[in-house]
Design a protein around this ligand. Sequence first.
Ligand code: UD1
Length: 363
Amino acid sequence: GSIVHVLGARPNFVKAAPVIGALRAAGADQAVVHTGQHYDERMSDVFFHELGLPEPDVNLGVGSGSHAAQTAALLTALEAEFTRRSPALVIVYGDVNSTIAAALVAAKLHIPVAHVEAGLRSFDMTMPEEVNRRLTDQLSRLCFATSPEAVGHLAREGVPVERVHLVGNPMIDTLLAHLDRFDTAAVRAKHGLPERYALATMHRPANVDAPETAAALVRHLHGVADLADLVIPVHPRGRANLLAAGLDDHPRVRVLEPLGYIDFVAAVRGAAAVVTDSGGLQEETTILGVPCLTVRPNTERPITITHGTNRLVGFEELVPEARKALEAGEASPRTDRRPPLWDGKAGPRIAEVIMEFLGDRSA
Ligand code: UD1
């Protein structure tokens, strides 16, 4: 059997690209299964093309649904796929519903699982991602961690130490690999953005699913827009609630469709500050040196606070903190320390461990 990568949602594609590239360089036999959790051109195809990912060998077309409906469809489709392919190893990424579904199916079929981005914890079980991460790590034979505290979490949860490998951050591999393509002047021209702007992204269920919360959030985002032009590429989740609450009823708010990877990171690189509830963007701003205000009560990525530019803010703190970040200016990241091993070589480290693991099993 070959190595099967299971990819479902936008952040998975960014994390998988360097792992697939490094395994290809090592001569591995591999296949890509796209679950179809994300399916819009702008949420999926663009990333495959821009990141040089191989066309998926199959797209399971699972689509959207409630957690139960989507996960059930994922389980059924992945079981058929793994039974047909009998992979030697299944690699899963991050914390989306496709991740836990693939890990669960593989474990029941006695197929070893490798989890890329293991051990992150927000300690907030109301987040679907926290449920997905915890369970995936328990089912994984190989846990690839991006930061030292993640290794500590796995140890405390009883994951045997020989399963855990601190390898750095493959999302940062992708960022560094494409650094010279992030042309902020070009992206400003393409989307008609002003010279100086802040950029916001919002898609967490806790922030956008309830109309009243979405409306409160919009009021605070308008407060930020009073300070600086505010560019907001809108994720399909929450689009309706945010627009119904009047998101674009402010002269300095620019609502955009979801951007491709290159345009998005270029826009982030050129921003005076970022306001977000994304996970990956906390990491990308840390490396780009752009101040990041994360509108959440917690983060599973605390290293972006201690070694990066990230800060957690509640709704009420958003405008005052944005004022501070904008005054400090884009040239002054909060720290010049970088998280250890966020050096662009996580993919090769992961590939090396995997090749050794598979070699030992076939010996
Ligand atoms: C998922 C992940 C989340 C991640 C995010 C990144 C889970 C539980 N959540 O959230 O951790 O941060 O991806 O983008 O897996 N939709 C479209 N087109 C698409 C995909 C989704 O219109 O291509 C809409 C649908 O209305 C869908 C909604 O977005 O119901 C939510 O999609 P879903 O995949 O369930 O979760 P995300 O919010 O995207």
